[in-house]
Design a protein around this ligand. Structure first.
Ligand code: PLP
Length: 419
């Protein structure tokens, strides 16, 4: 096998914004961004530029290795800056949001109570320790704030006030796209001396998420939902719990000293403590490239374009008498480009299969790894619509950077044809 040598790493002139288009296959209509978004050209380009240089990170003295170590640490900085990390926050690369939240769950100080909500994705329900408080799904965003306030008041009254409390909340629902009032929830948490982590898996691809501006303690996100599908995610936030916790992955890179006696080990502090083993350089660089491209972009214009498409999709669905939308809050609650719905009298898996086979449209069907919420919304949809023939699972269409009005219209006409 021969090795193609590349003399120098090309870098884009600083003044040229990175491209924000996404890759795809002509004719295939991807309306499943909420599961995994397509790859941004910025991510693919960054990876292509990096690959000839690929070598070990943090482990070699060679030029390639040093270059890769620099690229990895620069990626950490870019991702941290994109999420508004404070100077003393840690930016830990993980595999995805699930991994990031599991890492945080393992770093909780003893006796921490976690307060979450039945409307969460499983990734933000299942990692938390026994004794966590699961609030009911509220009727509206103001209800979410009230419920949290009441729960924290009770918790502080009934338990040792010195014990830590962590509020774990989603930024945007993966079932309905509805936005949760993160800044208000953070204010309530702060008032009760609780910390707050935001599951930004669905929020970050659509709107800026800034730790400092939101005054939240931690943010978790996935690269593959943020147009960087190279296996990296991130947990960003307060250093103290992370530095005090046992390493998430014990092994090379997480230690500062290992002695000859069994268990004689000193773990390092900083992000490396939880990134044992060889890190995912390609994933980190891809994620950083998208973060940089998005930071350079006119995000208000991108969001406005997405909201236009979303309004078109929701209006089209509302006009189909046999299709019923799922929602937690009122019909006008702000949301990102995600819509779940059911086709009355049709099995959702069968509809998804027909959309794929007959129209080359990819959507998601099922309960979206948010079983408690999805089941509840299906029941509510039946009550609201008065239809007794709704299926037991739902369909979800989700849009983003590469979506077009023509794609939305194709879905709507395919759904209309099912009647
Ligand atoms: N949180 C939310 C709101 C999600 O939508 C998802 C995935 O769909 C996750 C967490 C888990 O993300 P990942 O599968 O990338 O770990």
């Amino acid at each position: 096998m021969s090795v193609t040598l590349v003399p120098s790493l090309p870098t884009r002139p600083a003044a040229t914004p990175a491209p924000l288009d996404v890759l795809g296959v002509p004719g295939e209509i991807n309306l499943d961004y909420a599961a995994s978004a397509p790859c941004a050209r910025a991510a693919a380009d960054a990876v292509a530029e990096l690959l000839p240089w690929y070598a070990s990170v943090h482990r070699g003295a060679g030029a390639l290795s040093r270059r890769c170590t620099l690229a990895y640490e620069r990626a950490r900085q870019s991702v941290g800056a994109f999420f508004g990390a404070r100077a003393d926050d840690h930016v830990v690369f993980t595999r995805n949001t699930t991994d990031a939240l599991n890492l945080l769950a393992r770093a909780l100080p003893p006796g921490t109570t976690v307060v979450t909500n039945a409307g969460e994705h499983h990734a933000n329900l299942l990692p938390w320790p026994r004794g966590s408080v699961r609030l009911p799904v509220p009727a509206d965003p103001a209800g979410a704030v009230r419920d949290l306030d009441a729960a924290l008041t009770e918790l502080r009254r009934d338990s040792n006030p010195a014990l830590p409390v962590l509020v774990a909340v989603t930024g945007a629902s993966n079932v309905t796209g509805e936005l949760w009032p993160v800044a208000e929830l953070a204010r309530v948490a702060r008032r009760h001396r609780a910390r707050i982590v935001v599951d930004a898996a669905q929020l970050a691809p659509h709107v800026p998420v800034d730790l400092l501006a939101l005054d939240v303690d931690y943010v978790a996100a996935s690269g593959h939902k943020l147009y960087a599908p190279f296996g990296a995610g991130v947990l960003i936030g307060r250093a103290d719990w992370l530095d005090a916790a046992p390493p998430y992955l014990s092994g090379g890179g997480a230690t500062s000293h290992v002695g000859t006696a069994t268990h004689e080990v000193t773990w390092t502090t900083g992000p490396a403590r939880h990134e044992g083993g060889t890190p995912n350089l390609v994933g980190a660089v891809a994620l950083a490239a998208v973060c940089t491209a998005l930071a350079d972009a006119d995000r208000a214009a991108l969001a406005a374009r997405e909201q236009d498409l979303l309004a078109r999709l929701r209006a089209g669905i509302a006009a189909l008498p046999h299709v019923v939308e799922l929602r937690t809050f009122g019909p006008d609650a702000p949301r990102v480009g995600i819509v779940s719905f059911v086709v009355a009298g049709r099995d959702s898996a069968e509809v998804a299969g027909r959309l794929a086979r007959e129209h080359r449209i990819g959507v998601r069907d099922g309960l979206f790894c948010a079983h408690p919420l999805a089941r509840r919304l299906l029941t509510e949809a039946a009550t609201r619509s008065g239809r007794r023939d709704l299926p037991a699972t739902a369909l979800r269409a989700s849009i983003g950077l590469g979506s077009t009005a023509a794609q939305v219209d194709r879905l709507l006409s395919a759904l209309a044809a099912l009647d």
